[in-house]
Design a binder for this molecule. Structure first.
Ligand code: ATP
Ligand code: MG
Length: 393
């Protein structure tokens, strides 16, 4: 049996002319997240709202809608006829179901009538339905509270049907994925970069993750971990194309030829260049990293200065203003934390210099990498990149 959902979106409503494009993208994202379960789902928009009808299990629908950027909130809705008896029975049923979960509840009825021809106006309907509930439920278990009710039963009277709902799920908000464009994400196995990717997704970016793998210095378990992280991110944008760059040769060459204290900086410069070449082919318009300022030696402002200018694409650092506790909380919320803390090392921990340069300057860095055949190394890495297509569902 098909069930109905009312989906609310806030931010897109603000965006003037682009509004209908945004709505269409949101509609299509919702559809894509569910149509592997139900090819016949129906989705349509009315001003300011989206209605979804699908036979997919309610728990699955809720889980998926909670991951779609652009949705502010949603409610499973009962669609009924305009028959008042049907409405009052459904209202009572909602109250009784609610009282199965708790001993008593305060409630209110919030009615709206866009169909002005309906026999009761909204005030009358609220009053009549409220009265019916009070008459049919044990007085000790129920009380009316118009201001902060635990249970708010919404009744909407439209042209052909009435709609009743009481539960409101808060979505992640933001902008629908695809609205902003494609953006590369430097994805490591750490805690930060998956969260940074999620922040980009929430702003409507379609993320293209690039991971630098240095086998055997980093084992295939680390790669597996990154694939798992990409799988989680894929759920927020339906699918994801993960690029895995074989970084071993480059790493060894830097290790042999460059000053040890510049290791991390030079490595990061090459990573950025390679990421840019990969994502530009996919029409990527920026690169996201999980960096913030001052967390580690490679993230001092001087270190950022000598890496930032490597790509022509802008580098976005959505975690800039967050502290570690905030980042960890967000990682827990989006479901990446438990994967990120699995104890497999990344290449940075294997080759980390004994005393890294915290205040490098450009002259020093250029001198440090002068013996590398940078173009050749980059070309090889780009030509041997592995693409992993991940479908979320
Ligand atoms: P994370 O938790 O994301 O690994 P971090 O705090 O460990 O971040 P660094 O190791 O200095 O910080 O890395 C800074 C950023 O560089 C990462 O957030 C990520 O965007 C990128 N990065 C680091 N290592 C890799 C890698 N092997 N592949 C892809 N990107 C990487
Ligand atoms: Mg790291």
């Amino acid at each position: 049996m098909s069930k109905l959902y009312l989906i609310r979106y806030g931010e897109i409503a603000l965006k003037g002319e682009n509004r209908s494009l945004f709505e269409d993208i949101l509609l299509s994202n919702i559809k894509k997240s569910l149509d592997n379960k139900d090819k016949n789902l129906i989705i349509y928009k009315t001003p300011g709202r989206i209605f979804l009808e699908t036979s997919t299990d309610q728990s699955i629908v809720i889980e998926r809608l909670l991951k779609i950027a652009g949705i502010v909130s949603f409610s499973p809705v009962q669609k009924l006829s305009l028959n008042y008896n049907e409405m009052k029975k459904e209202t009572l049923k909602i109250v009784r179901n609610n009282l199965k979960e708790r001993e008593n509840t305060s409630f209110r009825i919030s009615a709206r009538r866009s169909n002005k021809k309906y026999k009761y106006d909204s005030m009358e309907l609220q009053y009549k339905l409220g009265e019916y509930v009070i008459e049919n439920v044990d007085q000790n278990k129920i009380e009316v509270d118009l201001h902060q009710p635990e249970l708010n039963i919404n009744v909407e009277i439209r042209k052909h049907n009435s709609y009743i709902y009481s539960k409101v799920y808060q979505g992640i908000g933001g902008l629908p994925v695809g609205v902003t464009g494609n953006v590369g994400l430097m994805l490591s196995g750490g805690i930060d970069s998956p969260v940074a990717g999620y922040m980009g997704i929430k702003r409507g970016a379609k993320i293209i993750p690039v991971y630098f793998h240095s086998f055997p210095f980093t084992g295939d378990k680390t790669k597996q971990k990154v694939i798992e992280l990409a799988n989680i991110l894929a759920k927020y944008q339906n699918n994801i194309d993960l690029y895995v760059v074989n970084f071993t040769d480059i790493l060894q060459e830097i290790n042999e030829k460059c000053p040890n204290k510049l290791m991390t900086i030079i490595m990061r410069r090459l990573m950025l260049k390679i990421t840019e070449l990969i994502v530009e082919k996919k029409n990527g318009k920026a690169i996201i990293t999980g960096e913030s300022i001052g967390q580690v030696a490679s993230q001092t402002l001087d270190a950022i200065k000598v890496t930032n200018t490597v790509p022509k694409l802008p580098i976005l650092r959505p975690l800039l203003g967050l502290n570690k506790v905030q980042i960890i909380n967000m990682a827990k919320k989006i479901g990446t934390y438990d994967i990120s803390i699995q104890p497999y090392e990344d290449c940075c921990t294997v080759f980390v210099p004994d005393s890294p340069e915290t205040h490098p300057n450009m002259e020093q860095v250029e001198k440090g990498e002068a013996t590398l055949d940078v173009d050749d190394l980059i070309k090889k890495a780009v030509n041997t990149v592995e693409l992993i297509n991940i479908e979320a569902y």
